[in-house]
Each structure stands twice: as structure tokens, then as C-alpha cells.
Design a protein around this ligand. Structure first.
Ligand SMILES: NC(=O)c1ccc[n+]([C@@H]2O[C@H](COP(=O)([O-])OP(=O)(O)OC[C@H]3O[C@@H](n4cnc5c(N)ncnc54)[C@H](OP(=O)(O)O)[C@@H]3O)[C@@H](O)[C@H]2O)c1
Length: 289
């Protein structure tokens, strides 16, 4: 495991890789910063972007080895620990990343937590952590990287991962969690209106429920709802498409989640009638008191 000193980033070694990353190490290679990269989706995204020739700065709270995350020891990635609840650590990360990469095409913030409980059972500690990581985190990440992205030619994109739908669809038995995803959707919308006319875009990315360790307690629930689980490498490809297209919002969904998202945007009572009320009963079974 390697932790970087912000003044002198260290390129970590480990696994060996071949392919575009091995040959596009010059100034023209695309670049990205991935925060919350040690989880199931982050790991898949690090591997994909490294294989696509990106130079990367990777981060999460724990210490980790860049090569273990990308599967390459070709110098395509460095790792620095950072905490999205701590603006000072994000400032250090941003400054190390701009120094190491020169320019940053994309920042992807995958840091997030999702405790799911009945309304009365959310302990204060969970509520505080949800607000700190899922709401303040994206705000602090944006504030840390925005000045540098504004200055560089061509701007850049900051992708924040939200929940499985568009942030406005709030499922029962996860109300405090749902509140944080709604807050993120509003933050991204407001920031994009403010950034209109610049080359910087924020993106709200809603991954479909995926085959990751953190989601595993809910696999049975999703199956009973008829929502198919997605492999993390498929989600990673959609995040890459979102970076390339600079989408302001992208909800992966499957047919069912997309339909509920659309219905809920038109009228929450229509969404209730076509499925969300039924979902509530299933979710309750997976949220014992
Ligand atoms: N997997 C799914 O099915 C699914 C579906 C919808 C939405 N999402 C969302 O997508 C994101 C990624 O999902 P995932 O499955 O990869 O989650 P995960 O496996 O739980 O990974 C979360 C990542 O966030 C990091 N993190 C947590 N708190 C942090 C903090 N304060 N500062 C910096 N990093 C922090 C964790 O590393 P450290 O502990 O080392 O900091 C880890 O790298 C999450 O926001 C999740 O809620 C996932």
C-alpha cells in the first residue's frame, strides 16, 4: 500500500499491463481523477480507464496501491488518500493531481454510503455521515477542482455518482439516504445552470444496482423486484461514455427503473400506482426493525 506525499507524487508498481495505456503515456493521453476508487465500481472504472489509455490519479480514504487497482505497473496511475468530507485533503489532492497530470479531463466522485433503515431507526451517526459523504462530499469535490478546470483550455467534467435512479425518486425504508441523492441532483442542476457558457460540466450519474460487495445485502431484494443486477465493468463503460459526452445527467436504469424515473418526474402518484407502492413492501422485508 502506498500513500503519496502531496508535494511529490510517487508512481506505484505491482501488476503488469499492455495495451493503450502502455503506449499513450505522453501529454496527449486523456486524464482523470477517481475518488472513492477502492470500492466495487471504482475498481472497475480504474481498470477500464487505464486500459483505454488514461493517466490517472486515484483516491479514497484508505491507503492503497495504484497498480493493484488498474492492473498495470506502467506508470499510468498514482494513488493518494483523500477524504471527501475534508476540504483540506481535497485541496491537496487537486493540487497533486494538476501537478502530476498537467490537465484533468474528468473527475469522477464515487465516494458514497447508503445505510437503509426505517424513518425512526436512522441513528444520528448515520444521518451525519450521509450528509457529510453524500451531500457535502460532492460540494467539496467540486469546489476543490473547479478553479483548475475553469482555467484550463477545454474545461472538463466532474461526474458525481448518485443512486440507482435520478435523485428525485425516493424509495421507502431508505428515506435519509434518498434525501442525499435528491440533494445531489439539485446541486448538479444548480451548478450547471451557473456554469452555462463555460466549458465545465457537472454530471449526476445513476448506476443500476450492481454486483458489488456493498450492494450484496440487497441482491435478493432487487431480484424480487425484477431489477437485473449489472456487472461493474458495464457500469464503468457507461461512466466513460458520460465523461466523453459530458452528459449533465445519466440514469442507467433498466426498462423498469427508467420507466419509474420518468413516471415519478411527471407525477409521483403515477409512479406509486405502477410499481413503487409494491416496491415499498419488498424493501420493508429487507429492512427489518
Ligand atoms: N453498487 C451499486 O449497486 C450502486 C448502485 C447505485 C449507486 N451506487 C453508488 O455508487 C458509488 C460507488 O458504489 P460502490 O458499489 O463502488 O460502493 P463501495 O464499494 O461502497 O465504495 C465506496 C467507495 O467510497 C469510498 N469512500 C467512502 N467514504 C469516503 C470518504 N469520506 N472520502 C473518500 N472516499 C470515501 C470508499 O473507500 P474508503 O472506505 O477507503 O474511503 C470506497 O472506495 C456509491 O456512491 C454508491 O452509493 C452504487
Amino acid at each position: 500500500m502506498t500513500q503519496l506525499n502531496e508535494k511529490s507524487p510517487v508512481i506505484t508498481g505491482g501488476a503488469t499491463g499492455t495495451g493503450p495505456a502502455a503506449t499513450q503515456q505522453g501529454k496527449d493521453a486523456p486524464t482523470a481523477v477517481l475518488i472513492g476508487v477502492t470500492g466495487g465500481l471504482g475498481h472497475a472504472l480504474a481498470r477500464l480507464l487505464a486500459a483505454e489509455g488514461f493517466r490517472l490519479v486515484l483516491a479514497a480514504r484508505r491507503e492503497y496501491d495504484a497498480a493493484a487497482l488498474t492492473g498495470r505497473n506502467d506508470g499510468s496511475a498514482i494513488y493518494q488518500s483523500a477524504d471527501v468530507t475534508d476540504p483540506a485533503s481535497l485541496e491537496k489532492l487537486a493540487s497533486a493531481a494538476f501537478e502530476h497530470l498537467g490537465r484533468i479531463d474528468a473527475v469522477v466522485n464515487l465516494a458514497g454510503i447508503s445505510p437503509r433503515k426505517p424513518i425512526e431507526d436512522y441513528p444520528t451517526a448515520d444521518v451525519d455521515a450521509l450528509m457529510a459523504v453524500n451531500v457535502k462530499g460532492p460540494i467539496f469535490v467540486t469546489q476543490a477542482f473547479l478553479p483548475g478546470l475553469r482555467k484550463q483550455a477545454g474545461g472538463g467534467v466532474i461526474v458525481h455518482l448518485g443512486g440507482a435512479m435520478d435523485g428525485r425518486v425516493a424509495l421507502p425504508f431508505m428515506s435519509a439516504y434518498a434525501a442525499t441523492r435528491g440533494a445531489l441532483a439539485s446541486y448538479v442542476q444548480g451548478a450547471n445552470r451557473e456554469l452555462a457558457g463555460t466549458n465545465v460540466v457537472l454530471s449526476f450519474f445513476g448506476p443500476v444496482p450492481s454486483n458489488t460487495e456493498s450492494e450484496s445485502p440487497y441482491f435478493d431484494m432487487w431480484r424480487k423486484m425484477g431489477v437485473a443486477l449489472c456487472e461493474p465493468n458495464v457500469v464503468a463503460r457507461e461512466i466513460l461514455a458520460t465523461i466523453r459526452k459530458r452528459r449533465q445527467a445519466h440514469v442507467m436504469g433498466g426498462g423498469l427503473l427508467k420507466m419509474l424515473t420518468l413516471a415519478n418526474a411527471v407525477s409521483p402518484s403515477i409512479a406509486d400506482a405502477i410499481g413503487l407502492r409494491k416496491f415499498g413492501k419488498l424493501i420493508k422485508q429487507h429492512s427489518p426493525r
